[in-house]
Design a protein around this ligand. Structure first.
Ligand SMILES: O=C(O)/C=C/C(=O)CC(=O)CC(=O)O
Ligand SMILES: [Ca+2]
Ligand SMILES: [Mg+2]
Length: 399
């Protein structure tokens, strides 16, 4: 890259938030919330440089959230990204540009979350959880290799990275019948989330996924395993997962992942037509889970059994429509090795195998005051790295 006006060592072609990435978020500015793009360790609010965009794009970049941008659709997303690339790699700053250091900037939940769906697409995770929750049954039910199993979660409790997570109360199984109180088995789930945009549409084909998937973020689907294990039969997760779901403050556009696309693993049998892909929509993402400063897991996303395109096709195959702002998560990302498990339920094998952190303390499930941060990277163009912004949260005691 020739010298550009952004003087930030974290904004180079070899850093995860260089010009190959350019994720979108919403930051507080003295003039109110503004759509922004992340450049290295800074936010560039777009409203102050709105004059640099055509009138169509100006409407999108002067908004207080990403909602109008999500609704605008793929052609606008591509034009805006190309224009931003020009602006952030130019030798001189656009008139009025302000760079805000991320460490001193407040980020907001960047879009209005419509429907929230959570899938269950890691075979290793599904088998581990099956073994733990249903030790006497086959870990995978027969439907699992034929469709991406999922459930509708609670959109209104999706929170932006950095938001504290209050330990939930609930019912759990006790020796003498149900008990009630703060969860004693509070857990995380390391996942990848897909943010939808473009026209409202049902029956989205796998090949139309790029028209409806705006971008990608890291998700932590906080889960109370004691509440979940008692309540989930027969309808599935409910209060054990609805109290909080954290998402990165910065949404990395789908276009940034062109070099990261891989084929999803072969299920070993033919797929129904609507789940067949004419392009690879698996993603070669590498996740890292950090518990109070200690890296406890490094799950790989490339092993996931279903891609975002297959999940979206399945979610709409009955005619149900997808709308801008809908969010769907991949399901917990776990790999075959112990240090690739994406939940503490699995890492501690339901509490039987405590995890030792770098400060010498041990953990099975989350304690009050614990902080979990999940990040991810992908291969970018020309050997670069594309970053997904961290999702972090600290557990606070139940009131
Ligand atoms: O009962 C089970 O098998 C477990 C279900 C989940 O934990 C659901 C979930 O959140 C799926 C996931 O993230 O992979
Ligand atoms: Ca989940
Ligand atoms: Mg949740």
């Amino acid at each position: 890259m020739t010298a550009c006006w952004i003087d930030d060592p974290a904004f180079t072609a070899s850093s995860p938030f260089g010009p190959q990435t350019l994720p979108y978020g919403v930051v507080e500015t003295p003039d109110g919330p503004s759509v922004a793009v992340r450049v290295g360790d800074h936010a560039l609010p777009l409203r102050p440089i709105a004059a640099e965009f055509t009138p169509d794009l100006r409407e999108l970049v002067t908004a207080a959230s990403l909602d109008p941008l999500l609704a605008a659709g793929r052609p606008a997303w591509s034009v805006l990204r190309a224009r931003l690339r020009e602006l952030v790699t130019a030798p001189a700053a656009p008139a009025g540009a302000v760079l805000l250091p991320l460490a001193e900037t407040t980020t907001r939940l960047p879009f209005t979350v419509g429907d929230y769906v959570d899938f269950y697409s890691s075979r290793d995770h599904a088998e581990n959880v099956g073994r733990i929750f249903r030790p006497d049954a086959e870990p995978l039910l027969p439907n699992w290799t034929h469709l991406p199993v999922g459930y509708h979660g609670r959109a209104g409790t999706v929170v932006v990275s950095g938001t504290d997570v209050v330990r939930p109360h609930g019912q759990r199984r006790g020796a003498e019948g149900p008990e009630f109180g703060p969860s004693t088995r509070l857990d995380i789930e390391a996942e990848i989330g897909f943010v939808c945009g473009g026209p409202v549409a049902g029956r989205v084909s796998t090949s139309s996924a790029p028209d409806h998937v705006f971008g990608v973020a890291v998700v932590n689907d906080w889960s109370a395993r004691d509440i979940q294990a008692w309540e989930y039969v027969p309808l599935g997760p409910f209060l054990g997962k609805s109290f909080a779901t954290s998402i990165s403050a910065w949404i990395t556009p789908l276009e940034a992942f062109a070099a990261a696309r891989v084929k999803v693993p072969d299920p070993g049998h033919p797929r129904l037509d609507y789940l067949v892909e004419d392009q690879n929509w698996g993603l070669d993402l590498h996740l890292e889970v950090v518990w109070n400063g200690t890296v406890v897991s490094r799950p790989d996303f490339a092993g996931m059994a279903y891609s975002c395109a297959q999940q979206l096709a399945h979610m709409t195959v009955n005619g149900a429509t997808v709308r801008p702002g809908d969010l769907f998560a991949s399901g917990t990302v776990s790999g075959p090795e112990k240090r690739q498990r994406g939940s503490f339920l699995e890492l501690s094998w339901s509490g039987a195998e405590p995890i030792t952190l770098e400060d010498g303390s041990t953990r099975t499930f989350l304690e009050d005051g614990d902080t979990v941060t999940i990040t991810a990277t992908a291969p970018g163009p020309d050997g670069s790295v594309v970053g997904l912004a961290e999702v972090t949260g600290t557990v606070v005691a139940a009131p």
